[in-house]
Design a protein around this ligand. Structure first.
Ligand code: 0X9
Ligand code: ZN
Length: 781
C-alpha cells in the first residue's frame, strides 16, 4: 500500500520551513510580517465571515489498525488526504481532538499547530499578489503571468475566453450545465480533427480547495492551444483527436474556497440539517452508496441523497453521454502525487489491469523526467482507499472510458495550500502525463521499453530491443509491432516485425550497420483503432551509435595485478579488503561474480559456518586501490562488478561505499557512484571515463567500504574490472577518417600526388595512379 512507502512524517524543521515559505509567499524582502489586514479583506465578499480554522491543528497520524482508524475518524473534523488505509493520514482536529489524539497512543505528529495564522497568511499573500484577490492577472494567451499565482473563477473564465478569441479555428467553448448557485460549468474543446474523431477529457475541481489541480488543468489548455503548429507532438494529437478541458466542475465550491473557507471541499448544497455540501466525487451513479462514501450530510465525503442528486455531477454525467467518442479521461485532484486507475469502489482488479498498469507507469516515468518529482501509480482502491460513486469508476464502468484520477503535488508539506511557485512545476509535470494519456488512449496502446534504449551498440553484434505492448482500446494487430530503423538522418525507415514471447513482450534484433554510423529508430504498435509509437513524439527517434569495443585492461582477480588493499589513513579495525575465493555468509557472497576463476576482492574472509558479522567491516573505512590503468582513448569506459550489503545488524542502508576515479595516478579523485543500496548481489556497472575525468593513461579506481553508521553489518566485494575503449577499425582508403571513402579522401590523395604518406595506398613509395585506382575501387560515399 502506498501509504507505507510515503516518506516519513514531516520533522519539526521541515514544518517550520513549510510554514516559513508559506508566510513568505509573495512578500518583497522588506514586506512587514503578516498582521491584521483590513476588515474588508478579512470578510468574504459574499458577506459570510471568513473561516480561518483558528486554534485547529493539522495532524499526521499513522493508522495501524481498524481501531486506530475509528479513533481518527471520531476526532478528525476534516480528513485532508483521505488516506484511510493503514499508514499516514493528514487531518484537522480542534483542541479537544488534539487532546484525544495525545491520549490515544496512536503515533502522530502535529504538522501545523494552529491553522489560523497559516490561512491568514495565505489570504494576505493572495491579496498582495492578485490586487485584493480579484480581477488581476492577465487573460493572455501566451501564458503571460497567468500561472504566477492562483486565479479566481472569473480570471479562469477570462483566460479561457482569451484562448478561444486567439484561436477560434482551434478552440470552441462549451457549457455542460449550471451549478446550484447558477454558475455555468464551462469548458473548451481544442481540436483540428475531423468530426467523429476520438478525444479525451481533462477536468479538475470537483473538490473546491484543490487549486493545484485547477491550475494544472488550466495549464494543459494553455499549452495545447499555444503548442499547436509549433510542437510536433501536440500538433499531431490535435490533428487526429480532440481535447476537452473543464477546469472547474464545482464553481460554487471554488468561489467559496476563495471567499470564505480555503479548505472547503464539497459543493454548496444546503443539506437542510444545518450542514452544507455534497462530495461530488461520491455522487456519481456507478456503485453509488458503496464503501468509502458517507451517508452523513456533515461529512466531507457525503455522497448526497441519491446518485446524481447534484447539478454539477449530473452535468458531468450528461457530458459523457453526449460525447460518445471520448476515449480517455483524467479527473485531477490534489494532493498526494498519485496516478490512479479504476477501480475505486473495490480492490478487485479492473478489466485490462495490465493495460492500466502499463499506462500508469508510462505517465509516472514521464512526470519524473520533467522535474524529478516522484508520483506513485496503481488502482485507486488498492493504492489509496476504497471510494465509491466517483467519476473514474463511472466513466470506466458505464462508458468504458480509460479514466484516471491524478492527485497532483505535493505529499503533504503544503497540501492544498500550494505555494504559487509550485504552480508551474506542478503543471508542467502533469502536462506530460496528460499527453501520454491522450496519445495512449487515442492510438489504443502503450509501448514500454524494457530497460534503457542503448546509447551505443557493437556494430558486429548490435543486440536486440524488447518492449512490452499493451492494448488499451481495440487489440494489437497480428504482426503489427515493428521496429523502424535507418542509419543517419535521411532516407526511409526500414521496418522489422518484432516477435512476441508472450506476456505482451515483443523483441527484434537491431539491424547491422557500419561502425561509426548512428542508427535512428523507433517502435510502433498497430492496433485496431490506431498506431502507437515509442517514443510517443512522431518527430522523435532513438539514436544508437554503432561502435567497436576493445578491452584494454581486464582483471578477474585470479592473479595479483597490483591492487592495494588497505591504505594509510584507513580506520576499519576488521574486514580489510582481501583477494580470496569468498566464504559466503548472509551478507557476503559465496562465489565471485562468475567471471573466470573463483577469486575476487571482499571485505574480510570469515570461516566456513562463521557468523555473518564475524569478518565484516567494523569501526571505519577500508580502501581498495587499483593499479594504474590506461584509459587514454577518448571513448574509454570503466566497468566492474560490485557487491554491497549493509542491511543487517539493525541499521539498514546506513552505510555507503563510494567508488571514485582518478586520472592522475591517485592525486585527486572524482566520485563515480556512492553505493548505498543493499543489493546483496553482484551488480555490473559501467561508466564513460570522459563523463567524470579527462581520459588519461594514469587512471585508477578507489573503492571505500565504510562502516560508519551504528550497528550495521557491512560487506563489500569487487570483481571483473575492465577498461574498454570504443573506436572503429580503420577503413581502407578513409584518409580523412569520416568512416567512408569519398570526395574528401580523393582531395587528400590528389593533394599529396607525387609525394608519400597515408595516401600511398599500395605502398610503392609514391602517391600515384595505382593509389588513385585503389581509392576509386573502395569508393562508397
Ligand atoms: O477521495 C477522492 O475523491 C480523491 N481524493 S481527494 O483527496 N482529492 O479527495 C480520490 C478519488 C479517487 N477515485 C476514487 N476513489 N474512486
Ligand atoms: Zn479531490
Amino acid at each position: 500500500m502506498i501509504s507505507r512507502t510515503r516518506r516519513a512524517p514531516l520533522g519539526r524543521a521541515s514544518i517550520l520551513v513549510a510554514l516559513g515559505s508559506l508566510l513568505a509567499l509573495g512578500s518583497a524582502p522588506t514586506a512587514p510580517a503578516p498582521g491584521p489586514t483590513p476588515a474588508q479583506k478579512q470578510d468574504a465578499p459574499r458577506g459570510e465571515p471568513r473561516v480561518f480554522h483558528d486554534g485547529k491543528s493539522v495532524i499526521r497520524a499513522t493508522i495501524r489498525s481498524a481501531r486506530d482508524l475509528r479513533t481518527v475518524l471520531a476526532v478528525a473534523s476534516d480528513v485532508l488526504n483521505h488516506r484511510l488505509d493503514y499508514g499516514p493520514v493528514d487531518f484537522i482536529v480542534d483542541a479537544r481532538g488534539l487532546a484525544a489524539m495525545k491520549a490515544s497512543g496512536i503515533p502522530h505528529e502535529v504538522v501545523i499547530p494552529d491553522l489560523g495564522p497559516v490561512l491568514r497568511a495565505e489570504l494576505a499573500s493572495r491579496n498582495a499578489q492578485a490586487g485584493g484577490g480579484g480581477g488581476g492577472g492577465d487573460g493572455g494567451v501566451a501564458g503571460g503571468d497567468f500561472f504566477s499565482t492562483f486565479r479566481r473563477l472569473e480570471e479562469i473564465n477570462a483566460k479561457f475566453d482569451a484562448l478561444v478569441a486567439a484561436r477560434p479555428d482551434l478552440v470552441t467553448p462549451f457549457t455542460i450545465g449550471t451549478s446550484l448557485e447558477g454558475r455555468p460549468i464551462r469548458g473548451i474543446r481544442i481540436t483540428k480533427a475531423a468530426a467523429g474523431s476520438p478525444g479525451v477529457l481533462f477536468n479538475a475541481t470537483q473538490h473546491a480547495r484543490e487549486w493545484g489541480a485547477t491550475t494544472a488543468v488550466c495549464y494543459i489548455a494553455d499549452r495545447l492551444v499555444n503548442g499547436y503548429g509549433s510542437d510536433p507532438r501536440i500538433t499531431a494529437l490535435l490533428d487526429r483527436a480532440w481535447v476537452d478541458v473543464i477546469p472547474v466542475v464545482n464553481p460554487d465550491g471554488y468561489v467559496y474556497s476563495w471567499d470564505v473557507n480555503r479548505l472547503w471541499r464539497k459543493n454548496r448544497r444546503n443539506n437542510g440539517d444545518g450542514s452544507f455540501g455534497v462530495d461530488l466525487n461520491r455522487n456519481w451513479a456507478f456503485q453509488w452508496g458503496g464503501g468509502g462514501a458517507s451517508a452523513n450530510p456533515s461529512d466531507d465525503t457525503y455522497r448526497g441523497p441519491s446518485a446524481f442528486s447534484e447539478p454539477e455531477s449530473a452535468a458531468m454525467r450528461d457530458y459523457f453521454v453526449a460525447n460518445p467518442t471520448v476515449v480517455g479521461h483524467i479527473d485531477f485532484h490534489s494532493y498526494s502525487q498519485l496516478i490512479l486507475s479504476p477501480w475505486g469502489y473495490t480492490t478487485a482488479a479492473p478489466p485490462n489491469a495490465v493495460g492500466f498498469s502499463a499506462l500508469g507507469n508510462e505517465m509516472k516515468d514521464s512526470v519524473l523526467r520533467v522535474n524529478g518529482a516522484n508520483y506513485t501509480t496503481g488502482p485507486i482502491a488498492s493504492t489509496l482507499y476504497v471510494a465509491s460513486g466517483s467519476s473514474v469508476d463511472h466513466a470506466f464502468g458505464v462508458h468504458g472510458v480509460i479514466s484516471w484520477t491524478v492527485e497532483v503535488r505535493d505529499t503533504g508539506s503544503y497540501g492544498f495550500v500550494m505555494p504559487a511557485g509550485e504552480i508551474l512545476p506542478n503543471a508542467t509535470e502533469n502536462f506530460a502525463a496528460a499527453l501520454d494519456l491522450a496519445d495512449a488512449t487515442v492510438d489504443g496502446a502503450v509501448i514500454r521499453f524494457q530497460g534503457t534504449p542503448p546509447a551505443t551498440a557493437e556494430w558486429t553484434a548490435p543486440g536486440s530491443a524488447s518492449v512490452e505492448v499493451r492494448a488499451l482500446r481495440g487489440s494489437i494487430v497480428g504482426g503489427g509491432v515493428k521496429l523502424f530503423a535507418r542509419t543517419g538522418t535521411t532516407g526511409a525507415f526500414t521496418p522489422t516485425t518484432m516477435t512476441t514471447s508472450g506476456n505482451g513482450i515483443f523483441s527484434a534484433s537491431l539491424p547491422v550497420a557500419p561502425c561509426g554510423s548512428t542508427l535512428s529508430w523507433y517502435i510502433s504498435a498497430e492496433t485496431t483503432v490506431g498506431t502507437a509509437r515509442y517514443p510517443r513524439n512522431a518527430a522523435a527517434t532513438l539514436s544508437t551509435l554503432y561502435t567497436q569495443s576493445t578491452t584494454v585492461f581486464e582483471d578477474t582477480f585470479e592473479t595479483n595485478q597490483g591492487w592495494t588493499a588497505g591504505i594509510a589513513g584507513d580506520t576499519a579495525t576488521s574486514g580489510i579488503w582481501t583477494r580470496v575465493d569468498p566464504v559466503g555468509t548472509t551478507a557476503q557472497p559465496e562465489n565471485d561474480s562468475a567471471d573466470a576463476g573463483a577469486f575476487c576482492f571482499i571485505t574480510g574472509q570469515g570461516t566456513v559456518g562463521g557468523a555473518a558479522g564475524a569478518a565484516d567491516v567494523d569501526g571505519g573505512v577500508t580502501t581498495l586501490l587499483s593499479p594504474v590503468m590506461n584509459a587514454s582513448n577518448p571513448e574509454s569506459r570503466i566497468a566492474y562488478r560490485r557487491w554491497y550489503s549493509n542491511n543487517l545488524g539493525g541499521a539498514p542502508n546506513a552505510d555507503s561505499m563510494p567508488v571514485s576515479i582518478s586520472n592522475n595516478g591517485g592525486s585527486t579523485w572524482v566520485l563515480l557512484e556512492n553505493v548505498t543500496e543493499n543489493a546483496g548481489a553482484w551488480v555490473e556497472k559501467s561508466f564513460r571515463v570522459a563523463d567524470f575525468v579527462t581520459p588519461s593513461a594514469n587512471v585508477r579506481l578507489k573503492f571505500e567500504a565504510r562502516d560508519l553508521g551504528t550497528g550495521s553489518l557491512v560487506e563489500a566485494g569487487v570483481d571483473f574490472v575492465r577498461v574498454v575503449t570504443q573506436a572503429c577499425p580503420p577503413v581502407a582508403g578513409d584518409l580523412d577518417g569520416n568512416g567512408s571513402v569519398g570526395g574528401g579522401d580523393l582531395a587528400i590523395l590528389l593533394g599529396s600526388w607525387g609525394g608519400t604518406g597515408a595516401a600511398d595506398l599500395d605502398g610503392n613509395g609514391t602517391v600515384d595512379a595505382g593509389d588513385l585506382s585503389i581509392l576509386l575501387g573502395l569508393w562508397n560515399g
